[in-house]
Ligand binder design. Structure first.
Ligand SMILES: NC(=O)c1ccc[n+]([C@@H]2O[C@H](COP(=O)([O-])OP(=O)(O)OC[C@H]3O[C@@H](n4cnc5c(N)ncnc54)[C@H](OP(=O)(O)O)[C@@H]3O)[C@@H](O)[C@H]2O)c1
Length: 314
């Protein structure tokens, strides 16, 4: 693929893209800009001159966002639009990250399509909806963009934001169905999307659903035998967390039409957890504890953490 890619945001998903594109020999750079500053976005895009821009930059911690509304709005909404405006001006294909958490499903049959009406339950999720709207507002007819909606990203990389790594620090797990996005698959889908450059909104998740409880059982089996697992109900969970958590099932019919094969989470989950365990074995104790310490800081704000996670590096 002869495309130059510029990635805004160097967190879990931005860094994953960078190493993916490096691996497949596609030129990709992480932008050096504060996205709330239109001039610095303009400077970065005009000096790199990319064919594609991916925006993964955002404030993503639900609790922090609820307590810092203005800063969150500035980055997640106005910052996203700064990039969209600049891409429109320069004729660059824009890939923007929204989230599947703008929906709440009643059960596993209640799959949300791209055209379903969002019903955010947290301030962070509202900013993702507003970003979707503003990215599409007041642009030229030629503006080419796609808005991706992933849900609960998991991967085999031991990153503090990986949902599986977060679960390794918990004690209480709900058994309610949720859609999940395997980041390794998201990389393949994005590569195909960049080739054809479709325009619109797209749910990006694996087919089917799993539950945090099911994930915890596999994490206990393959990675942390001492993981305490207490099954709790959704209403018990929402008494623990300052901000309500939602269950979301995403319909991936459109994704399958655009990229072809989409593996089901049933096919993938066990394999990803085994690979996560292997990757963990290859890491230094210092790196593991660094990631876990960052996870724990977030986990403490939303649930009861276990006392077993230090055995992952001791
Ligand atoms: N992780 C999830 O569960 C999830 C699920 C669905 C959708 N998403 C969406 O996917 C995207 C990527 O998520 P992620 O997991 O990679 O999040 P992440 O790990 O929190 O990374 C976000 C990145 O954005 C950067 N950033 C924040 N404010 C910025 C600003 N003003 N200018 C430039 N960079 C800024 C952060 O830098 P600092 O760390 O220095 O602030 C960080 O590098 C986000 O849009 C998120 O909303 C995430």
């Amino acid at each position: 693929m002869k495309q130059k890619i510029l990635i805004f945001g160097n967190g879990q998903i931005g860094a994953f893209y960078k190493s993916h594109f490096d691996k497949i020999g596609v030129k990709a750079e992480i932008a050096n800009a504060d996205i709330t500053d239109l001039e610095s976005v303009e400077r970065e895009i005009s000096s790199i001159n990319p064919d594609v821009v991916i925006n993964t930059a955002a404030k993503t911690n639900l609790e922090w966002c609820a307590n810092n509304k203005l800063e969150t709005f500035n980055t997640n909404v106005l910052g996203a639009d700064n990039i969209a405006q600049t891409c429109d001006k320069h004729g660059v294909y824009f890939i923007h990250f929204s989230s599947g958490c703008i929906f709440e499903s009643k059960d596993f049959n209640d799959a949300k399509k791209e055209t379903s009406i969002p019903a955010p339950a947290a301030y962070y999720s509202w900013t993702k909806v507003w970003s979707e709207q503003l990215v599409q507002f007041n642009k030229s007819r030629d503006f080419k963009y796609i808005i991706l909606r992933p849900r609960q990203p998991i991967s085999s990389q031991f990153n503090y934001k990986n949902t599986l790594v977060k679960l390794l620090t918990f004690t209480k797990f709900i058994d309610t169905p949720n859609t999940v996005t395997v980041l390794e698959d998201l990389m393949e889908w994005t590569t195909k999307i960049i080739e054809t450059k479709p325009v619109g909104v797209l749910n990006v998740a694996n087919e089917g659903w799993t539950t945090p409880y099911k994930e915890a059982l596999l994490l206990k089996k393959y990675i942390l035998p001492g993981l305490p697992i207490e099954k709790i109900t959704k209403s018990e969970l929402n008494k623990l967390t300052p901000n309500k958590r939602v269950d979301t099932i995403l319909d991936v019919t459109k994704l399958k039409r655009l990229v072809g094969k989409v593996d089901s989470i049933d096919q993938k989950l066990e394999k990803i957890i085994i690979e996560l365990g292997n990757n963990l074995k290859a890491m230094s104790k210092e790196d593991i504890s660094l990631q876990l310490e960052k996870t724990i800081q977030q986990s403490k704000t939303r649930t009861v953490v276990n006392d077993q996670w230090p055995s992952l590096y001791n």
